[in-house]
Design a protein around this ligand. Structure first.
Ligand SMILES: O=C(CO)COP(=O)(O)O
Ligand SMILES: O=C[C@H](O)COP(=O)(O)O
Ligand SMILES: [Zn+2]
Ligand SMILES: [Zn+2]
Length: 309
């Protein structure tokens, strides 16, 4: 089974009012845990790679691991660049075998974001690769850079329409109050669903993307803290809000932090309970299993995309 784009996945998701999970991958165990979950659930799947992941693991290793996942699972998988910050990284991923890229010009002025996105779209579409762009700016940590809440801006609905028309982009990440990382809200989580509904109505049949969508599952935060971690005041997006977003035109939901927490909680627990272990397989095996079961939970109960292959 070769890589697929997200085009068909998003069409079905839009019509079925559910979302496809886009999970960030950095190494073999993370990829295996996610892919095994998707296979068991017969769910559509996007694996995404950030600039930081490419730096950590190298493009070629990630590509080969995903090729192995395709062969081993037989699943159709979309391989996506997450938060590409310039034309060069998008070109490198398009030329290097990805089926989807994100050009994130969200920190640029509107016209510059349009020009950059259009350039990537033209290059990608000629090569049958799809493109996600971003309009509006999320707070939180992105590629080790912290965007403060005061610099975050919500997506303007009219600008979103103009942006999509002028760039020909395939999907659009919007800002409605989510943020990257484990510390999304102080107090109650508030998302601007009115804004989402307005954008969705103005862009019928067009797939929207929600970044910063981890729930920061309390069981993993507690486990980290119980076994020597210090993750205090972490809070994410409640699951019912994500389900609601899936019914309002959001076809792709990005999850990274919940993978990190599931893996770290499991490793901390294992090493605390088995202090004499030193073979990485002893703690990476349960960590991979923890990722698998967390992703199955997302697919069934949060994304609502189980059995949607
Ligand atoms: O948006 C993300 C990747 O692009 C991940 O968001 P989280 O930090 O909420 O997992
Ligand atoms: O958007 C951010 C993702 O969680 C990727 O994070 P990273 O850039 O640290 O790999
Ligand atoms: Zn961004
Ligand atoms: Zn993101």
């Amino acid at each position: 089974m070769p890589l697929v784009t997200s085009k068909e996945m998003f069409k079905k998701a839009y019509e079925g009012q559910y979302a496809v999970g886009a999970f960030n991958v950095n190494n073999m165990e993370i990829i295996q845990g996610i892919v095994d979950a998707a296979k068991e659930e017969q769910a559509p799947l996007i694996l995404q790679v950030s600039a930081g992941a490419r730096k950590y693991a190298k493009h070629v290793y990630l590509i080969k691991l995903v090729e192995a996942a395709l062969e081993d699972s037989g699943l159709p998988i979309c391989l996506h660049l997450d938060h590409g910050e310039d034309f060069d990284i998008c070109k490198s991923c398009i030329d290097g075998g990805f089926s989807s890229v994100m050009i994130d010009g969200s920190k640029l002025p509107f016209e510059e974001n349009i020009a950059l996105t259009k350039k990537v779209v033209d290059y990608a579409h000629e090569r049958n690769v799809v493109v996600e762009a971003e309009l509006g700016r999320l707070a939180g940590v992105e590629d080790a850079v912290k965007v403060n809440a005061k610099d975050a801006t919500y997506t303007d609905p009219d600008q979103a329409v103009e942006f999509v028309e002028r760039t020909g982009v395939d999907s659009l990440a919007i800002a409605i109050g989510t943020s990257h990382g484990a510390y999304k809200f102080k107090g109650e989580c508030k998302l601007d669903f009115d804004r989402l509904e307005t954008i969705s109505k103005l862009l019928p049949n067009f797939p929207l993307v929600l970044h910063g969508a981890s729930t920061v599952l309390p069981e993993f935060v507690e486990k980290c803290n119980n076994f020597g971690g210090q993750i205090k005041g972490a809070q994410g997006v409640p699951e019912d809000m994500l389900l609601k977003a899936g019914k309002l035109g959001v076809c792709k939901i990005n999850i990274d932090t919940d993978l990190r927490l599931a893996m770290t909680a499991s490793i901390r627990e294992h090493l605390a309970k088995n202090p004499s272990d030193f073979d990485p397989r002893q703690y990476l095996k349960p960590a991979r299993a923890a990722i698998k079961s967390m992703v199955q939970h997302k697919i069934r109960n949060v994304l609502n995309c189980s059995g949607r292959l």
